[in-house]
Design a protein around this ligand. Structure first.
Ligand code: SF4
Length: 95
């Protein structure tokens, strides 16, 4: 990760991301688990495929470094951010 992102405030990171055309905005269903409260939850194989598909889009995203920096700071509880799942972000912060 470039040190450029680390020098930006959280508000600046949010503003920069908001000004970009982000791949995740066109397919948000790939980035978050569907509401499965009336069923048994997302099947593990389906979740793996969905998250891998989201990560492929993150790999093409010009804002990935900023997104990842913001996610590392904010530690979202769900979703794929900057190419990592919320669980992976927690492990990254702990390492
Ligand atoms: S890197 Fe971030 S902004 Fe870009 S597609 Fe992935 S989640 Fe969206």
């Amino acid at each position: 990760m470039s040190s450029d992102q680390k020098g930006l405030s959280t508000a600046q990171l949010r503003a920069e991301l908001a000004s970009n055309l982000l791949p995740c905005t066109s397919q948000p269903e790939l980035f978050f688990e569907p509401d499965t409260s009336d069923r048994f939850g997302e099947a593990p194989a389906v979740r793996t495929l969905r998250e891998r598909s989201a990560k492929v889009l993150c790999d093409t995203c010009s804002a990935r470094a900023m997104c990842l920096e913001l996610a590392v700071r904010e530690q979202p509880v769900a979703g794929v951010w900057g190419g990592l799942t919320a669980d992976e972000l927690r492990y990254r912060k702990a390492a």
